[in-house]
Design a protein around this ligand. Structure first.
Ligand code: PLZ
Length: 441
């Protein structure tokens, strides 16, 4: 396909007439529970743009929620997928295996933090990886309780939903939830008492675990090293290492959910590296396969091997087309130095957002790492969340042709997840639109 012009181009109002027609069909055909952030229908995407059915070219600050980190339809992924699709599309790895799955496992064992011996199992979605990581931790420790944190997001299946913190829209009305799930306080530097440093915040959490659960009952803690849906919350220094140390001393499995943070997104291959933490198990998905559905659990060999033969799997887990895409995506990250590119994007975005903050005290906090950056919006001269302002700024930016997402427990965080293939020009144009949106609201 011809290269897409790397420019923001508005040919109609957003949404345009064709998107409106398709939205009407969507409303009549698709369950309304499946929401829409931006009501334009895509026909092509690549580099840093998404092109819609009306010919508008939109700046992509979402990457399909941190999935197309290497760019949409990245050339190596397209070639690898085409080649694999022509050879075979499925055999089921549990029936007759194929090399691609093994090669992805080898790559993940090598690339994830820690030089201990590892094993990997592949699945389809992030939620499925989370569920399986917990299964492994329970089998290995012969314990049941699991701790997740305030503001956590781990998915929409029953156990993953129980681990997720926010009720509306993820849990509301969907109980009963999986038992033996407990919640501990996070380190949230912007909202914590300033006296609470990372280690104290960790002690606040481990005290709760000791008194309310007891380490002899606790199989695992699961944590996003930088929280995604919960608000792009970067914990204070020392928080994650202290938690990991407590887990080590108490035979509790430390599970890192790197589903949103993984694969170069944060300026490291995995965000745990930024905090010098080596997890026992790591759940990955999203950017792993350049847009194809794939997820993984990678971890210490003795943990992963504790599960009986046949205890892990699924019809599609590690589908050969998704595995071919994953190998090509990983190769792209390495060949194009995308870890370094994420660091460059961080510098551009943080610089400009800090300048916007200096002029507008409704921008309470600017934070993030790599190409995972956010602003938390508050009522003027307070730290009270302002979800209305957040929605209004996002709407203006979208009408001007920038795909921006919101997040946060209080709905007051604008988050930016551009593909690492975005040009500096597009990035800056998107930030100009954002600055204008703040002035206009
Ligand atoms: N863990 C850290 O970010 C998915 C959810 C979007 P699945 N985040 C996007 C939505 O509203 O459904 C996510 C995540 C973290 C787990 C998951 C779940 O991954 O592939 O969506 O199941």
């Amino acid at each position: 396909m011809a290269e897409l012009e790397q420019q923001r181009i508005l040919k109609t109002a957003i949404p345009g007439p064709r998107s409106l027609e398709l939205m009407a069909r969507k409303t009549d055909a698709v369950a309304r529970g499946v929401g829409t952030t931006m009501p334009v229908f895509a026909v092509a995407a690549g580099g840093g743009v998404v092109v819609d059915v009306d010919g508008n070219s939109l700046i992509d600050f979402g990457s399909g929620i941190a999935v197309t980190t290497i760019g949409n339809s990245a050339p190596r992924v397209v070639a690898a997928v085409q080649d694999q699709v022509e050879r075979f599309t499925h055999t089921c790895f549990m029936i007759t295996p194929y090399e691609g799955y093994v090669a992805v496992a080898e790559q993940l064992n090598q690339l994830t933090p820690g030089d201990h011996e590892k094993r990997t199992a592949l699945f389809n979605s992030g939620a499925e990886a989370v569920e399986n990581a917990v299964k492994v931790a329970r089998t290995y420790t012969k314990k049941q309780a699991v701790v997740a944190f305030d503001h956590a997001y781990h998915g929409r299946t029953n156990l993953a939903m129980a681990l997720t913190a926010k009720s509306m829209p993820y849990k509301h009305g969907f109980g009963p939830f999986a038992p033996e799930v407990y919640r501990a306080p996070l380190s949230y530097p912007y909202r914590d008492d300033k006296l609470i440093d990372g280690e104290l915040a960790a002690r606040r959490a481990t005290n709760l675990m000791e008194s309310q659960i007891g380490p002899e009952n606790l199989a695992a803690i699961i944590i996003e090293p930088i929280q995604g849906e919960g608000g792009f919350i970067v914990p204070a220094d020392g928080f994650l290492p202290a938690l990991a140390e407590w887990c080590r001393s108490n035979n509790v499995v430390f599970i890192a959910d790197e589903i949103q943070t993984g694969f170069a997104r944060t300026g490291a291959m995995f965000a745990c590296e930024l905090f010098d933490v080596v997890p026992d198990l790591i759940a990955t998905a999203k950017a792993i396969a350049g847009g194809l559905p794939l997820s993984a659990v990678t971890g210490r060999a003795e943990l992963m091997e504790s599960v009986h033969v046949g205890g892990l799997g699924g019809t599609y887990g590690g589908n050969p087309v998704a595995c071919a895409a994953a190998l090509a995506a990983i190769e792209t990250i390495k060949a194009e130095n995308l870890v370094t590119r994420a660091g460059e994007i961080e510098r551009i975005m943080l610089g400009r957002l800090h300048r916007m903050q200096a002029e507008d005290n409704r921008i309470g906090d600017v934070r993030g790492r790599g190409a995972m950056i956010a602003v938390e919006l508050v009522q003027r001269d307070t730290t009270d969340p302002d979800p209305g302002l957040t929605a209004a700024v996002a709407t203006v930016a979208r009408e001007k042709g920038v795909i921006v997402l919101t997040c946060g427990t209080y709905g007051n965080v604008l988050r930016f997840l551009p593909p690492l293939s975005i040009s500096d020009e597009l990035l800056n144009d998107g930030l100009d639109v954002l600055a204008d949106a703040f002035s206009a609201t």
